[in-house]
Design a protein around this ligand. Sequence first.
Ligand SMILES: [Zn+2]
Length: 174
Amino acid sequence: MVTLLLNASYEPLTVLSRQRAIQLLLKNKVDAASQEVELVRSSTSTFQIPTVLRLRRYVNVPRRGVRWSRRGVLRRDNFTCIYCGVQVDEERRGKILTKTDFSLDHIIPRSRGGRNTWSNTACSCQPCNTRKGNRTPHEAGMALLWEPKTPRVNYLVAYGKIPAEWKLYLQLSD
Ligand SMILES: [Zn+2]
């Protein structure tokens, strides 16, 4: 488990390793912003690390875009198909879907000038991807279930499921 760090303004800044979270807690630079905690034991003591921390003092951070990546898009969309809503670990036609059943879809196809950007790419299941082919969703008569957005923080270093309490601050697609 890792911790989401918020600015004093509640704006998400980054994802912290356990060590970094402990350092900030020990220096009294942060307060808990979530009820949920993780217990971490060292040889000498036990720490309770909240899954969301908030800086006591506002820091001015220049806004940098989160770098686009294929993995990042699939992760942002939680391995959920933007066209039919099917999700990883769900069953379809007697088969449990895994992450490899999902791929990146260019909403405006690359052959038509669509680029690798957060707003032009989304997670799609294979049947939807095939059905859409080299067409725009409009041409294919397929609707987007949500609007693909640029994530506000690079949460991709987190592994496993994104903690529920993070979603409050990340304002992802849901
Ligand atoms: Zn689909």
